[in-house]
Design a protein around this ligand. Sequence first.
Ligand code: 2AM
Ligand code: CA
Length: 320
Amino acid sequence: MSELNLQEVLDFAIDLAKKAGKAISDGQAKRFTEGTAAETKKNSADLLTEVDQATEKLVKEAITAKYPDHAFIGEESAQGSESVPEGGCWIVDPIDGTTNFVHGFPYCCISIGFTYKKEPVMGVIYAPFLDHLYYALQGHGAYLVTAQAPEPRRLPLAKPTPLPSMRQAVVAMEWGSDRRSEILEAKLQSFRRLCGDPEDVEGGKMVQGIRSIGSAALVSASIAAGSIDVYYEIGTWSWDQCAGTAILREAGGVTVGSKAWTSKALASDSMFGTVPPEVLMGRKYLSIRAIGDTPQESGRAAQKRLIKEFYDAVVEFDPK
Ligand code: 2AM
Ligand code: CA
């Protein structure tokens, strides 16, 4: 595997993401014409379509033909107990944001991540209805290509600004598909503390806004772009996060895992290394955008401060 050409891996993944994007938009046009209803997985809020399955098949077959000795983890074929191998491993969500796809809300995408030596080193995210392509290769930066701006633009799109406190932050959080009361109570408490006016809500952080756009990958891409400040998620899987993590890290962002993992990482600064398998596969994620240095504080120190502040405010739970 020492001869693995990562630039070739990236070029192949970009080409594949565009082909998958065409399959996704053709699939939606057909479903809309025929008035097809979505099937459900674990409950009525967890959707699956034949387009998810056909797109994963297309992507998996292309990868297996090109890189027969690489591993493949895809949402539709995964058993949930996968681990990240040492060699090349493709971690793919054929449609991230399936609910949006079914409803015609354009925030859905194909997410193609790649790990090597157990680290996310490449990511490609393509949103076919927006025609937004995000990609990154470890050590070579993260980029955005759109129909309006076809020349690759380096991410973040603007020079990172300081982030003095959670009060200046726009936070992405989702309701998820697990709607049991225990989960909802934890989420409601987190939303309350993040939104709340501290004059009236104990521990209120009064963030500038909370957004739920329904695609983990596109939120991570927005963290990379600098247009969302913080992304907190429990319950998503490696295929929802792998590509996005690779992209946002190349744009100066940082992703940490559970509260327990993070408290150790904050003490040792290891959160600024690559995302380890226990975070990638751990189903608990907190990502923060690149933050500009100030005379008083480096951007990294600010990221650490905000991670602490955020984790003090939210209630953690274990996903099913
Ligand atoms: P999907 O569209 O591939 O299912 C919306 O909440 C985001 O979270 C989407 O990216 C969705 O991916 C993802 N997601 C997948 N499984 C989830 C789970 N069990 N709980 C919460 N979010 C999940
Ligand atoms: Ca999916």
